[in-house]
Design a protein around this ligand. Structure first.
Ligand code: VGL
Length: 195
C-alpha cells in the first residue's frame, strides 16, 4: 500500500493539523518567517491534492489579547517577540492561500500568556486533544509555522497525548533555519516521523 496514504480502512484515523499559518508569520507580517508565503501556498495545494485522505483537517491560531512578556519592545526572538497575532486583527487571520473552506475547527491559544502548542488551544471551549480523541483520531500530520516554536511544541504535546505524529517538513517554515533543523531532530528523538 502507498505508505503516504492516510485514510484507508486499516490505517489509523488521521488528521491534518495546520499550525499558525497566519499573516503575521508570513512576509509583510510583524513576525515574518522567510518561507511563510511559500508554505501557505504549498499547504493550500496539499489540501486540494490530499485533503480527501484525511478524516479531519484542523488549524491552530496564535490569538493574543494581553500575553504579558511574550510581547516585547526589545524582543530576543526566542522567548519574547514583537506584537503579533492580536485577536481579531488582520495579522492573526489565516493566510489567504490556506483553504479555509477545508478547515473544520480552529484551536485558538495564547489570549493571556505565551502558548506555543496547539494543545493549549480550544475551539468553542473544547481542547484539541479532546476534540481529536472524541473523533477517534490516532495519527496527526503536522504542518505550518514556526518549525522551531509552534510546530515543535504542538508535535511534542501530540506525542505526549499518545498520537502518532508525522511532520511534513516541506510544509513547515522556521523562524531560524538552524533551530528549525534542531527542532526536527528533537522531534525524531521523541518519536515523530518526518517526511
Ligand atoms: C510562534 C513565535 C511566537 C509560532 C508564536 O507560531 O511558532 N512563534 N509566537
Amino acid at each position: 500500500m502507498n505508505p503516504t496514504y492516510a485514510g484507508g480502512m486499516n490505517t489509523p484515523k488521521t488528521a491534518l493539523v495546520i499550525v499558525d499559518v497566519q499573516n503575521d508569520f508570513c512576509p509583510g507580517g510583524s513576525l515574518a518567517t522567510d518561507r511563510g508565503d511559500e508554505v501557505a501556498r504549498l499547504i493550500g495545494e496539499y489540501q486540494d491534492s490530499h485533503g480527501d485522505r484525511y478524516a479531519h483537517i484542523i488549524a491552530t491560531q496564535d490569538w493574543h489579547i494581553d500575553p504579558g512578556s511574550h510581547f516585547s519592545d526589545n524582543p530576543d526572538y526566542v522567548d519574547s517577540w514583537p506584537v503579533h497575532c492580536v485577536a481579531e486583527s488582520k495579522g492573526a487571520a489565516l493566510h489567504e492561500d490556506v483553504r479555509a473552506d477545508r478547515i473544520e475547527a480552529y484551536f485558538r491559544k495564547g489570549e493571556y500568556t505565551a502558548a506555543y502548542s496547539g494543545f493549549e488551544g480550544a475551539a468553542d471551549g473544547v481542547s484539541m486533544a479532546e476534540w481529536l480523541k472524541e473523533r477517534g483520531v490516532e495519527k496527526l500530520d503536522v504542518v505550518g509555522i514556526a518549525t522551531d516554536h509552534c510546530v515543535r511544541a504542538t508535535s511534542l504535546d501530540a506525542l505526549e497525548e499518545g498520537f502518532e505524529v508525522r511532520v511534513l517538513t516541506d510544509l513547515c517554515s522556521p523562524v531560524d533555519e538552524a533551530r528549525g533543523e534542531a527542532a526536527l531532530q528533537e522531534l525524531v528523538k521523541a518519536g515523530a516521523q518526518l517526511s
